[in-house]
Every structure is written in C-alpha cells, then in structure tokens.
Design a protein around this ligand. Structure first.
Ligand SMILES: [Zn+2]
Length: 278
C-alpha cells in the first residue's frame, strides 16, 4: 500500500501495492460477512448488513470525487497556511481561458489548468501562454469521455498517457502531471492504471458550482463565503461538449481573486499548495 503524506494526503511514490484498494474492499466484505455469520448465524441481518455497507463503500468510491476507497485522492492542501489553489477544468477554451489568464496575471496569482489533451493540442498558443505565465498544466484525460469510468484499465491508461503526452509536448518536461479523472469518477480499472503509472490523483474541496449557474456573482459569492486555507477550488474554463463554453467562469475569476486578496489568501498552483517537488 502506498503511504500518504500526513499533512496533504498525497500518496508518496513507492513500491506498487500488493493488493489494490478494490481487492482489499472485496476481502474485507468477505471477512465481515463470514464474521457476522459466525457470530449470529445465517440471517437477513448477518448477510444484509455487510452487503449494505459494501455497496455503500463501493458507491462512495465511484461517485464521491474525493473518495480514497479505490486510490489515494488529494482533496486539499495544508490547512494551517494562507494558501489556496484555483483549478480550472475542461479547457483550454479560446473564448474563456484568455480572460481567466488576464485576471490571474493582474492579481499575480497562479493556478492549475486540468486540460483536455485534444483541446490542448488544438490550441497550442493558449497552451504555451498558460505555461509561460507560470501556471501548471494538469491532466484531465485526452478526450474527456463521459463514459470513461466504464473503460477497462488498458483504455484508461491510454487516455491518461495521451493526455500527459499533450502536456509534455507543451512543457518539455517528463514530470508526471497531476491527474483528475473526467467528472471526478473513479473505478477499479482507473485505480489499476493509476497504480501502474504512480499517479497523484487530485479532486477538490470546494466546488464553485460554475457548471450549474451562469451568474458570476453567485459563483464568486459561494467560493468567497466558504473558502478556507488549503482549499482546492474547482472551476471550469472550458466545456467537454464541442461548441459550448462557460463564460461565467471568466467573469467570476476576477471577483474571486479580488475577494481572496482581501482575505489575505494567496493563490498558488495545486503542486505548490501540496509542496510537491516539481
Ligand atoms: Zn471535466
């Protein structure tokens, strides 16, 4: 089993685990059921309770982005500092990303862009601008298929590797980018691919809900009311569906940055927040 850094929860790169978390979950289920049967005999309770718990854990592992049931997943950085990280998913987008970059530059802030590989390749100038201005490129898969969570480990690995190659093509670095799966969903095949590649999986601790409202003031208000040191904020400068955009993100970002600086919070990239050597 990989170890985790106590303050950030980041999986430390080490030997491959003997058993994946999914396998351990199944073993624990078997042991719990056997134990319950051994204690109280066959009954609806001895079979039903472990089964219910098993499926609750399974559902948590799949659907809760910050769950570490299948694989260690980072949701935030140290809570005792003054730093937070804004993360922008699903871009780059020629209509929104430039305005986000302008706002970040104006405030001297840095962020992490979890890009869709094929969009990064389609917009090389934007990709370069993100890196030149000191921001971090994170991997959000190659295609951002909404069905990716049903892919086998091989296809998961190809999506991850192709997304990472697109990033390496811009940065010229072979350092493995942080990975955030599409829609934040996880599965045992993703965990297998992630263990093989020793990935750092990153979710978030604060969702801006910029996917649900087009009102930039509401987005900014939500973030500024809830944010605390160490938070990783989820925003979207792009859209995974062709021809669609999220312009509210461009308008909300300057409001959020203004509010954060008034609170004395410093915006850094996710890797900086987690103090990863990169
Ligand atoms: Zn996404």
């Amino acid at each position: 089993m990989s170890r985790r850094n106590a303050s950030t929860g980041v999986a430390e790169r080490g030997a491959l685990p003997m058993l994946s978390r999914a396998n351990l979950l199944v073993l624990a289920y078997g042991a719990a059921t056997a134990g319950a049967i051994g204690t109280v005999g066959f009954s609806a309770l001895s079979l039903g309770l472990p089964t219910g718990l098993f499926f609750a854990l399974l559902a948590d592992g799949i659907a809760r982005p910050g769950s570490s049931v299948f694989y260690p997943t980072v949701t935030h950085g140290p809570r005792d500092g003054e730093r937070v990280a804004l993360s922008f998913d699903d871009g780059p987008d020629p209509e929104v990303t430039p305005a986000v970059l302008d706002a970040l530059a104006k405030h001297g802030a840095h962020a992490t862009f979890f890009t869709i590989g094929q969009l990064l390749v389609a917009h090389p100038q934007l990709a370069r601008r993100i890196v030149v201005e000191g921001h971090e490129l994170g991997n959000h898969s190659w295609r951002h298929s909404r069905w990716q969570n049903f892919f086998g480990a091989g296809e998961q690995a190809r999506e991850i590797e192709r997304g990472a190659q697109a990033i390496a093509g811009v940065t010229g670095s072979q350092v493995k980018p942080l990975y955030r799966p599409p829609i934040g969903l996880k599965s045992p095949p993703l965990a297998r691919a992630a263990y093989q590649q020793q990935l750092t999986l990153v979710a978030w601790s604060l969702h801006s809900r910029d996917t649900r409202t087009a009102d930039p003031k509401r987005i900014a208000q939500r973030v500024l009311q809830r944010i605390r040191p160490g938070d990783i904020v989820l925003m979207h400068d792009g859209h995974d569906l062709p021809g669609r955009h999220r312009p509210a993100c461009a308008q909300a970002t300057p409001l959020i940055l203004q509010g954060l600086s008034e609170k004395g919070l410093q915006c850094v990239s996710v890797s900086e927040l987690l103090q990863l050597a990169r």
